[in-house]
Design a protein. Structure first.
Length: 405
């Protein structure tokens, strides 16, 4: 009987209709965001703005998401995931339709802030619903695979947006396209069922509830590690193009292409290994690969070397980030997954911002070599925090079942 139970657990379906639906929603929402993000500086010039105002638009979106994620995380747990998801997608779709009709920079800044709030709602609720849907014994594999949506969006979203702007020269079509992406996601969301555990539980006699915190305490250790992991990522996104120009390396954007491909590979493989043998045997090599890549980056003098570094970094980051996310979900009580997921995402957002700002200040005082060596140091610091705060002796559940037979 135990062997049958073991076989059934191992064959728990992952690619269910709800999971596929959530994957599509995440892909559509992330693609719409990346289409707009890549073309925003061009649109600002189109309406009479400049690079500085384009930076303000990106900042308004990011700050709005950062400030509201904890609130949405708490509301998701109390009010339900699906309602917040639908509200967030609806807000993003409505915001997309307003862009072509706005000619004032200050008004567009307000719309970007509202858009950031909407994206915060949809992305936080989507990540939490995915965690609810996944079989517990395949959680890390499922979280890793769900991240493919974001990776594909980063790979294709900017290309779609730049094609519409540069080739077709039609901003109205661009924002109609992003509206359609959001609208398709909204249609799918309307057919999904609620997944909040508390809303499905049997009613019980009311009891005095402890004080609720907006951030989830059990998610703080993994979120701190995620903050240090995100800092080098923010540094690379912000400063790699300028680094390529300083070294005379053309087509340095291939770093991101190769890195995205490596992330796809790691996400498809590492989650399954982690579910079977525990996260430590996978995540520590991920930290090491990321640190090695960042250490090699200052010595890059050719495009092939840059692509090699991109592959190493993609394998490292693509391994570490989803496993930390899955560990965050596992450590949270089911009724607090929304708050836990929000805590983790806030830490990632803060890490991206800190990587751009803090390491940017360091760049002015030193140079690229020091900057990327420091980034490698943050990756090693994340590994040290994992060893001190998270790592425990890993038990192999499959071996336990065999021993009981």
């Amino acid at each position: 009987m135990r062997r049958r139970a073991k076989k059934t657990a191992e064959l728990e379906p992952l690619w269910t209709k709800p999971f596929i639906g959530m994957m599509l929603i995440s892909l559509l929402a992330s693609t719409a965001m990346n289409v707009q993000l890549a073309t925003l500086p061009l649109y600002m010039r189109h309406i009479g703005g400049n690079e500085s105002s384009a930076g303000l638009m990106t900042g308004a979106f990011t700050i709005a998401a950062f400030l509201t994620r904890p609130l949405f995380g708490d509301w998701i747990d109390r009010k339900g995931r699906r309602a917040i998801l639908i509200v967030g997608i609806t807000g993003s779709a409505a915001a997309a339709l307003t862009y072509p009709f706005i000619g004032a920079v200050w008004l567009l800044l307000l719309i970007r802030f509202i858009h950031g709030v909407s994206f915060s709602a949809s992305s936080t609720s989507a990540g939490t619903m995915i965690a609810d849907i996944l079989p517990p014994r395949r959680l890390m594999e499922g979280i890793g695979l769900s991240g493919l949506s974001g990776t594909l969006a980063v790979a294709f979203g900017p290309a779609i947006g730049l094609y519409v702007v540069n080739r077709l020269e039609n901003y109205t079509l661009l924002y109609i396209l992003t509206f359609l992406f959001s609208a398709c996601g909204l249609v799918i969301a309307c057919f999904l069922r609620e997944t909040t555990p508390a809303l499905h539980s049997t009613p019980v006699q009311p009891v005095k509830r402890p004080k609720r915190w907006v951030l989830e305490k059990t998610a703080l250790p993994t979120s701190l590690i995620a903050f240090f992991v995100a800092m080098p990522q923010g540094c690379i996104i912000t400063f790699l193009p300028a680094f390529g120009l300083s070294r005379g390396i053309e087509s340095i954007g291939l770093f991101f292409t190769v890195s995205a491909g490596a992330m796809l590979v790691s996400r498809m493989v590492c989650g399954r290994i982690s579910d079977r043998y525990g996260p430590t045997v996978v995540i520590l090599p991920g930290f090491l690969l990321g640190a090695v890549a960042l250490t090699l980056l200052p010595f890059a003098a050719s495009l092939p070397f840059i692509m090699l570094v991109g592959a190493l970094y993609g394998l490292g980051f693509g391994t570490v980030q989803p496993l930390l996310n899955a560990m965050t979900i596992k450590r949270c009580p089911p009724e607090r997954r929304g708050a836990g997921n929000a805590t983790f995402m806030v830490a990632m957002d803060a890490g991206y911002a800190a990587g751009s700002i803090v390491i940017g200040l360091l760049l002015q005082a030193t140079g690229y070599s020091t900057v990327y060596m420091s980034s490698a140091g943050f990756m090693l610091l994340a590994a040290l925090c994992y060893l001190l705060m998270i790592r425990k002796p890993q038990r192999n559940p499959n071996k336990e079942l065999q021993a009981n037979d």
